[in-house]
Design a protein around this ligand. Structure first.
Ligand SMILES: Cc1ncc(COP(=O)(O)O)c(C=O)c1O
Length: 398
């Protein structure tokens, strides 16, 4: 009898190397299979691969489409998200462009949540506008039915949001999409298919920046688009091929290696992040904490309903002058100042008011907003570091 495997088990057995039929031996992990050129045993093999590809299936006809290492990683993404097809791209941002180019045509209109990863707006300004694809940004809780236009085809969201981690009601979004015949696509980098699975809540497309928790070691760039919808898969497949999206075998291999430990890393990030929330709760500088697993976060009920875990991301609104906030960030010793997250290390970002201006969830806040990624370091050390930096910030006049 076949056993139904938990995703933790699936991740340990994905990308296992096949035995050499002559020696009966094999390394445990599949090696990175680097290739630009694929050889076919005969023309019949070539034609078979071409037929599979033309039917929308996975076929290795050329290195750009990836070899066995890539195929194993695609399968991992599909299994994480509960999808049937996964398409790799060279970064999370490239995965976002794949979705927009595959699913929108000239004259179309897309509804996008105002809490999406910031560079989506750059994609909009630099590319989508030139292609006559228009975008309306909406806030969490806004009446979407009223924003749908006759040419709206796509509802693109990110939950929790990129800077303030506001939870969107994925089921309610799916109902809107269904009512108006829209595709619901979501950036699921936060959940990475492990703690949040939008495809099981009504979304048709999920985008993951594998650069973050899947890779987990701050040493690779990777994106993936996952779907369980055959018609959408065909569009993604053609667009991925036509646009030349491709990743190196070494990055695919690093991602396969990284993803096996995602369950334990994610759980530890989440535990430490809650300890840091508890610390900030008692600090006089704290105005508000943004972390959906924190019971006082307004999105906590949705998080409890839709997620099975959390991660190391949180933001804090701090009653600090701009100068004091800079001192706080600069004085942190264990936190790197940087834009990414999902690696083993702690990171800090002083969010600029310009980036917050788009977020209606932020309102008119005048205080500093600091986004933290809580890494795998000892939480006591992290809290000691935050304490000493806050004390130095408190000494800043004004
Ligand atoms: C939520 C989210 N989506 C997408 C991306 C883009 O991923 P990448 O940096 O791999 O292009 C990022 C990167 O920070 C992100 O935070």
């Amino acid at each position: 009898m076949a056993i139904t495997k938990h995703i933790d088990t699936v991740l340990q057995h994905a990308g296992t190397a096949p035995f050499n039929p002559e020696t009966g031996t094999a390394p445990v992990p599949l090696p990175p299979m680097r290739a630009s050129t694929v050889r076919f045993e005969n023309l019949a093999a070539l034609e078979k691969a071409q037929r599979t590809k033309a039917a929308g299936g996975r076929a290795t006809t050329y290195g750009r489409m990836g070899m066995d290492t890539h195929a194993a990683l695609e399968q991992v993404f599909a299994q994480l998200e509960g999808g049937t097809h996964a398409y790799l791209a060279s970064s999370g941002m490239a995965a976002m462009t794949m979705v927009m180019l595959a699913l929108c045509s000239a004259g179309d209109h897309a509804l996008i949540s105002d809490c999406v990863y910031g560079p989506m707006r750059e994609l909009d300004d630099a590319v989508l506008k030139r292609m006559n694809i228009s975008v309306t940004y909406f806030a969490a809780g806004e009446d979407l039915d009223a924003l749908v236009q006759p040419n709206t085809t796509l509802l693109y969201v990110e939950s929790p949001g990129s800077l303030l981690f506001e939870m969107l009601d994925m089921g309610a979004m799916a109902a809107v999409a269904q009512r108006h015949g829209l595709v619901l696509a979501t950036d699921n980098t936060w959940g990475s298919g492990y703690i949040y699975r939008p495809l099981t809540l009504g979304a048709q497309v999920s985008v993951i920046a594998g650069t973050k928790y899947v890779g987990g070691h701050s040493d690779l760039m990777l994106g993936a688009v996952v779907t369980h919808d055959e018609a959408i898969a065909k569009k993604l497949n053609r667009t991925q091929y036509a646009m030349g999206y491709s990743i190196s075998a070494d990055d695919a291999w690093l991602a396969l290696r990284g993803v096996r430990t995602m369950p334990i890393r994610m759980a530890q990030h989440a535990r430490h992040a809650l300890q840091v929330c508890e610390f900030f709760k008692h600090r006089p500088e704290t105005v508000r904490l943004f972390h959906p697993a924190w019971p006082e976060d307004p999105g906590h009920a949705l998080w409890q309903r839709d997620c099975t875990g959390s991660n190391g991301m949180l933001s804090i609104e701090l009653r600090l002058s701009p100068a004091a906030a800079r001192v706080f960030v600069d004085e942190l010793e264990l936190f790197g100042i940087g834009f990414s997250w999902g690696g083993y290390e702690s990171l800090v970002q002083l969010v600029s008011p310009k980036d917050l201006a788009h977020h209606r969830y932020w309102g008119e806040g005048e205080n500093a907003l600091v986004r933290l990624h809580i890494g795998l370091e000892s939480p006591q050390d992290i809290i000691a570091d935050l304490t000493q930096a806050l004390e130095k910030a408190a000494a800043v006049k004004g």
